[in-house]
Design a protein around this ligand. Sequence first.
Ligand SMILES: Cc1cc2nc3c(=O)[nH]c(=O)nc-3n(C[C@H](O)[C@H](O)[C@H](O)COP(=O)(O)OP(=O)(O)OC[C@H]3O[C@@H](n4cnc5c(N)ncnc54)[C@H](O)[C@@H]3O)c2cc1C
Length: 394
Amino acid sequence: MMLGLLLARAGVDVLVLEKHADFLRDFRGDTIHPSTLEVMHELGMVDELLTLPHQEVGELRGKVGQEIVPLADFTHLPTHCKFIALMPQWDFLDFLARKAARYPSFHLWMRAEAVGLIEESGRVVGVEVQTPEGRREVRADLVVGADGRHSLVRQRAGLEVKELGAPMDVLWFRLSRRPDDPANLMGIFESGRIFVMINRDSYWQCGYVIAKGTADELRGRGIEAFRARVAEIVPFARDRVSELRGWEDVSLLTVRVDRLATWYRPGLLCIGDAAHAMSPVGGVGINLALQDAVAAANLLASPLREARVTVEDLARVQRRRELPTRVTQWFQVQVQNRVIAPVLGGGASSRLPLLLRLVRRFAILRRIPARLIGIGVRPEHVRSVAAPAALTGR
Ligand SMILES: Cc1cc2nc3c(=O)[nH]c(=O)nc-3n(C[C@H](O)[C@H](O)[C@H](O)COP(=O)(O)OP(=O)(O)OC[C@H]3O[C@@H](n4cnc5c(N)ncnc54)[C@H](O)[C@@H]3O)c2cc1C
């Protein structure tokens, strides 16, 4: 959606395909980081975006054993917004879609699922799309696979995937929220369990991290045992676990971390999770995907406008974004292997790790994780366009 908006703003004819009828789903995280808010600022949209319901988190804290530990302090970042905005992703996507729709060359088809690639002489020249009206062909100078970690585009393009592995999956569900509940985003790390609660005002979006492949075993023990487990981890929500009526109220989110060896082929480019599926660790995947979109728009708007996109142009996008991807995934894999896997295995020491003790003691150290999470490696900036495409309506 962000790439569509930026390309349309630069005068490129663009069609975004979304297989669902809306963006209303729970599975993608709600974090809009300072780097993304900076992009919105550069587009002149941040003030309006922040009129939508959201919470601002200036400091991240986690509960490790019985201790509340400050982990990251965003209030010193060199960005306009010194906080993470927690906003349901569907609100953010709807907002971008509304803004993009002002450009006459922007088109969005909902309930339009890419089901295959059209190739001619070794070049991708379009996609086959399943719509409620039937199957259609869409031809394009460039097809961008931004279809997430189960990307059909990358699979059909036959791009080689390097798996980095993830030791966990996540059970995702809601519990209602009361005004006297704790307000902050909470991560609970205890021997044998990791639990995340995102404050969505009237309810908590809960993520219960489990060892990979153990969901069936948990389900086998029955929903009653699961409710009891949740009540034990978050005692203040004990009276609400009955809201989980059955396993249909609990979704399994499979976590994967991988990246493509090559992100492109003639006529095709993958970005975001389709190019590099991100772990939920650090909650940075959305922001990395967005930075890919900004870089791709910066590098490809002119060649696209002039209908002369080459493989070298596509390679430039990968060269620009590969370092941030590798560094971020390296950190995620370290946290997965050194923190999450031992905690899930029940083998973690009850003593706070040295790093966390240092971060707790010296406030200035909290700026380092804040920078890594909030801005990341190689932040991208929106280029001003020579002649912004005409706007229509709002
Ligand atoms: C459990 C879990 C929690 C996470 N929490 C966070 C978090 O808090 N913060 C964070 O930054 N990151 C988080 N992440 C990572 C984050 O979700 C991804 O990195 C991010 O969503 C990638 O964005 P994307 O646009 O590349 O793909 P997606 O967000 O997956 O978007 C892909 C879109 O393409 C559509 N689509 C898929 N296939 C097709 C098709 N064939 N045709 C048409 N449309 C299609 C999908 O419906 C979807 O709308 C989490 C990941 C997991 C697994």
